[in-house]
Design a protein around this ligand. Sequence first.
Ligand code: PRP
Length: 185
Amino acid sequence: MHDMSADIERVLLSERELKDICSALAGRITKTYADTGRELVFVSVLKGSVVFTADLLRRVPLPCALEFMKVSSYGAAAHSSGFIQVHLDLKRSVEGADVVILEDIVDSGRTLQKLSGLLAGRGAHSVRCCTLLDKPTCRQVDFRADFVGRCIPDVFVVGYGLDYGERYRNLPYIGVLRSAVYTRA
Ligand code: PRP
């Protein structure tokens, strides 16, 4: 059996730290949306945010809906913000709702910039973005998430939903992948 942990150079965020980050984010979200009188809709972006979504939402004691989308964003030389392709869309309207997009990581910023614009264009009352991880030094477009779990340097991270070649999503912590793993491919 291949030992996944042997491919990890170091643990960046332990299970304990991830729990604390989820609790802190859930507290801020709960405070923001308590007593609005509007519908609260979480949109989790597949696949990376699934583990984060499950841990975060169990700490938000508000009535809310959970939906999923699958998107890809691409850069384009002529348009700095690139474009977005929707692979799996919502099956419902978000008109008049407070929407919170849940992401595992913001890198260039293209995905969340485009997706938040898309959902705002569908008549949501508000669209905010919550990300577990943020790599601010990698930003290619002007985008800032509303709720950020932890800013990290530009290192290759896997685990807790994040993958390399579809592997490592099931590691319970976030680790830095050994460079030998992706340079030997
Ligand atoms: C990752 C991540 C974000 C996006 C962030 O998804 O989950 O959706 O990239 O990058 P950006 O800020 O440069 O747009 P990925 O395409 O790897 O899909 P996955 O979640 O299914 O692994």
